[in-house]
Write a protein that binds this ligand. Structure first.
Ligand code: PLP
Length: 429
């Protein structure tokens, strides 16, 4: 569900016409829908309301401070993976006690900053990291601050069908500790005065399309929790991570309610607080990337549409072979897309490669894609670009990063201005 719709053949973000944003702000531009972000967050909050649940939006999916502010105002906590993301959420006015911090390589500086901020949980990825946290927390606790809480990230070793780069819950990934090691880690570290090791964390990966791996992982983790409790360890919370499917095509993934239907009954009555870290399921289809056609040309049997957005703006197609539905922002009414699926081919479409200006063969947004005829100057929308879009963008090829725009009802505002040439060299000497 989102609030990007065609009306009489013209694309609207909520009540604002896409062409109006593009002509005022320029292209390429990321456009986010506040109503969609709120709707997705509320659906997750509601699906788990029968448990004590904190929904922590994953900042790495979409970290604009304007968006984090909106999420914080709706009661969201945050899942962070660096000191920079901690800075962002504090800047957005987040409640630090609702911040959870994962990542295999937290530096001392980052850990101290998170201790100072008083975050909710350190999600621990290795025994060495835990030993280091205990060391760094000692003076902090001695100075009268409360004992930081930690969750041990365990690797439940479940299969998760997604792109290999996106899989994190198998043993042979760099994330977490093997689930068989967990009891030994609690035995060694749980009873110490500097860090309260009192929770577990799992995160399976991202891009999954069924609830089965969650149920399987949860069952394994609940067995572990029972064993830990039998040994006298106190486990107050379980962080189930993120990775819930996002709708890149029409209705191909479970809804928040369907995930909850598999997860909630297993946790109910177990005296466990639940933490969730959804990223792309909240923001992916809350954002589109607007881009203009620069040129079209024929190359052998292929028709190329060269647009002003490139792999530096949206790397997902090149990096993960990701599918993004792409469609002109203004079409004859018969071309208004009823579904945003890979297979959509409306009679009269042309099969094209949509590519950007970057000097790399890997610079494409779509290959062999049937879309209505477009020409130089036409505006095109890349859908479901709100997650890992802008946050993975770069300045490669000396390109200024795109503007970001937040639409709310019939108004919009620029929440990040387009970078300038001066910005490109500002830090260089
Ligand atoms: C990336 C990440 C998430 C969010 O994943 P999505 O697929 O965007 O939901 C949540 N938790 C952790 C630890 C992550 O690394």
């Amino acid at each position: 569900m989102d609030f990007f719709n065609y009306n009489a053949g013209r694309l609207f973000a909520e009540q604002v016409e896409a062409e109006r944003i593009a002509s005022e702000v320029g292209t390429p531009a990321y456009v986010y829908s506040a109503a969609t972000l709120r709707d997705h967050l509320h659906k997750v909050q509601k699906a788990y309301e029968s448990l004590e649940t904190t929904v922590c939006f994953s900042v790495k999916a979409c970290g604009n401070v304007g968006i984090l502010k909106l999420m914080a105002a709706e009661g969201s906590g945050f899942d962070i993976v660096s000191g920079g993301e901690l800075y962002r959420v504090l800047e957005a006015g987040a409640d630090p006690s609702k911040v959870v911090y994962a990542g295999v390589g937290k530096t001392d500086r980052e850990i101290v900053e998170a201790l100072d901020a008083g975050i909710g949980y350190f999600n621990i990825e290795s025994e060495e990291e835990l030993a280091n946290l205990i060391q760094l927390a000692r003076p902090h606790v001695a100075a009268g601050r409360s004992r930081p809480r930690a969750a041990l990230r365990v690797n439940p070793d479940v299969d998760y069908e997604t792109h290999a780069f996106l899989r994190t819950g198998k043993k042979e990934t760099k994330f977490g500790v093997d689930i068989e090691r967990a009891v030994a880690v609690f035995d060694a570290y749980a009873d110490n005065p500097s860090v309260d090791l009192c929770a577990l964390h799992v995160h399976l990966g991202t891009g999954g399309k069924t609830i089965d791996p969650y149920v399987e992982a949860l069952e394994k983790v609940l067995v572990l929790i029972d064993r830990l409790r039998q040994k006298g360890h106190r486990i107050g919370a379980l962080d189930l991570g993120g990775g819930y499917g996002a709708d890149y095509e029409t209705e191909t993934v479970p809804s928040a309610a369907e995930y909850a239907a598999g997860i909630v009954p297993l946790i109910r009555g177990r005296d466990l607080k639940l933490i969730l870290e959804p990223g792309k399921s909240i923001c992916a289809n809350a954002g589109i990337l607007l881009t203009r056609v620069l040129y079209t040309k024929q190359g052998g049997s292929k028709r190329f549409v060269i647009v002003d957005a490139a792999m530096n703006d949206l790397i997902r197609p090149s990096l993960y072979d990701a599918f993004h539905f792409i469609w002109p922002a203004q079409v004859e009414p018969r071309f208004a897309p009823a579904v945003r699926s890979k297979g959509l081919h409306i009679e009269g479409s042309e099969v094209v490669d949509l590519v950007g200006p970057v000097c790399e063969g890997a610079d494409f947004l779509a290959k062999d894609r049937p879309i209505p005829h477009v020409e130089r100057g036409d505006l095109v929308a890349v859908f479901t670009a709100g997650a890992y879009g802008f946050t993975m963008s770069s300045n490669y090829n000396g390109r200024c990063r795109a503007a970001e725009v937040l639409v709310d009802g019939d108004t919009f505002r620029v929440v990040r201005r387009r970078e300038s040439y001066e910005d490109l060299v500002a830090l260089e000497r």
